[in-house]
Design a protein around this ligand. Sequence first.
Ligand SMILES: O=C(O)CCC(=O)C(=O)O
Ligand SMILES: [Fe+2]
Length: 346
Amino acid sequence: MSTPALPVLDLSKWYDGREARQVFLAELRAAARDFGFFYLVGHDVPQDLTDAVLRGSRDFFALPDADKLEIEMVNSPHFRGYNRVGQERTQGQRDWREQVDIGSEAPALPVEPGQPAWTRLQGPNQWPSAQPELKPIILRWQGELTRVSTELLRAFAVALEEDEATFEAITAGTPNHLIKIIRYPGREATESEQGVGAHKDSGFLTLLLQERQKGLEVEAADGSWIEAEPRPGSFVVNIGELLEMATDGYLKATVHRVVTPPAGADRLSVAFFLGAPFDAEIPLVDLAPHLKAQAAGVTRDPTNPLFRVSGQNALKSRLRSHPDVAERHYPDLVAESASAAADRAA
Ligand SMILES: O=C(O)CCC(=O)C(=O)O
Ligand SMILES: [Fe+2]
């Protein structure tokens, strides 16, 4: 395996006495500031579970279309379930991938007048009846990755010279997350190469499991693209827009994309996005002056407003990525944003 351009961090150092912890924190700060991306090893997620997740993912995508479409996302007001290739969009362009979205398991809240629209994001997942073994595997995965990402967020707080519990409002109780099981089919190079278009992740932290095919690319400070090849036993970790916002840009959310594999190959990955509970306000960390002096501020993008309430951010991202779900389950909001756009154009 070639030497990776992105740093490799070992989470076992965080648990391994004071000196090792200090080394880990310095590495974490540097990786987060220089790239916003790193590989994580030493995380203690059992290999047999990782293998089962990858096998279960492969088995799902090998099911007949009818079994996959049984859990099509458009059935779900909570944006859970299966999307066919080309169904999802990034920056208005079709992504060449099929995928299943699975969130925190919770009952849907009653839809009542006056409730914010994002309360409709909470709800049950859709599970394929043709593959009953998938649900217990993914629920175990949710538990393990919640443990790792919660611990990482504690480490980030300490690396920022804050109390370990700074982000407790995000991770206490049942933290909010989204798992995306993704398959990128291969394609002739003459077609679009957009597996997923260039974007930043919208949550706090992302932990990505890659199978064997490369394709993930990370934007470097000079605008070039760094390949983040699969490394067995590791996760690729990156910072999302909410952690950038919480730290006034001291930690940064980095743009990345996936390039479609060549015809005849395909690529499998499983992403875990740690978000904040929908009703949580994003905490704004009051950084020590010497850190504040290095904080770049939050990137402002008029086409991508950031909100303090987590659910508002989550709904914004979901409506943008899944216009079919938006039209079926949120017609009021679609009409509202169309008229706001018309007002702006007038
Ligand atoms: O599949 C991957 O490697 C990355 C996917 C990704 O960046 C995303 O879904 O946000
Ligand atoms: Fe991403």
